[in-house]
Design a protein around this ligand. Sequence first.
Ligand SMILES: *Cc1c(COP(=O)(O)O)cnc(C)c1O
Length: 372
Amino acid sequence: MPAADALLFTPGPLTTSTTVKAALVRDLGSRDSLFIELVADVRRRLVALATARSDEYTTVIIQGAGTMGIEAMIGTFVPRNGRLLVAVNGAYGRRIVHIAQVLGIDVTVVEGPEDRPTDTVAVAAALQADQTITNVAVVHCETTTGILNPVERLGEIVHARSVSFLVDAMSSFGAVPLDVANCHVDALVSSSNKCIEGVPGFSFCVARRAALAGCQGRARSVALDLLAQWEELERSGQFRFTPPVQILLAFRQALDELDAEGGVVGRMTRYRENHNALVTGMRTLGFKEYLDPTLQGWIITTFRYPADPAFRFEEFYSRLARQGLVIYPGKLTHADCFRIGNIGQLFPEDIRGLVIAIREVAAQMGFRPDAA
Ligand SMILES: *Cc1c(COP(=O)(O)O)cnc(C)c1O
């Protein structure tokens, strides 16, 4: 018998259900009609999760991690002589800037502090000041802190200027309600192993059909060309290169389980309960959150390091990991923090168990969580 899986309090890969893992124990040929139906079913269901106006949108699945999907979206949607404005308030926004730079795309960065949501006034001013900007990109839930950025308001601003709007919804899709049509989103990317709770292996782009159709001649990569991938999926129902067959089998099971939980609202409700159990427990121990509670989303929660020399993150992490409880380091530029994810097959009782383990580890290491 293998050891029981660890509980992953991380932003992905996540703890998955036994039934999701079991669904991939199967071989299926990539030209098998069952597989072609599976792909069509998954694509249709992802559009339905993204918008009520599903006739205007399509889904393109692309093999690889989430970042490959982001790189595909940026490389496919920004015109050859375009300019991309990226609203940055964390590491994932900075990653979009890096991708654009490597692809040779002109970038304008509107950067704000990591503990504040995107400054929509600053984005509007930057668009006003530079008419050459063709696309705006933002991260919905900036997983660096767990802050939720104002995609709806940004959509209005971007739409008023007829600029194309691209969203990294990696860690929010499926657990934070958002209608891509209402928010004027041209393309949004998420992946198989975040809030849908599948296993890692592909990302997907929900794209406005008309916008994607207009991307001819833009792709900077053969493999990460969303338009070419879409055309093949529409033409033959198949992928251009080896498809992640088993990952898709598991993903369909994950979509069934999302439906059974009550869809996006049901999943959001559980994650919120997890987040609430976490902050209640951690505050009782004396830990301090990094973000103002009104800005903190329910996907992942950031805590400050206790200012006690007996607190060493590596040891804290290892002592929890040895008990099968995996938390996540911080990624902030200006503050020492660690993060605890609320997503995946985790329930409030798992969170309460983690808080008890944290209390014990604090006692073993001899630090006071409330040291300031
Ligand atoms: C996880 C995440 C990514 C990157 O996904 P990978 O699968 O690790 O490439 C990008 N953006 C956000 C907001 C994320 O949470």
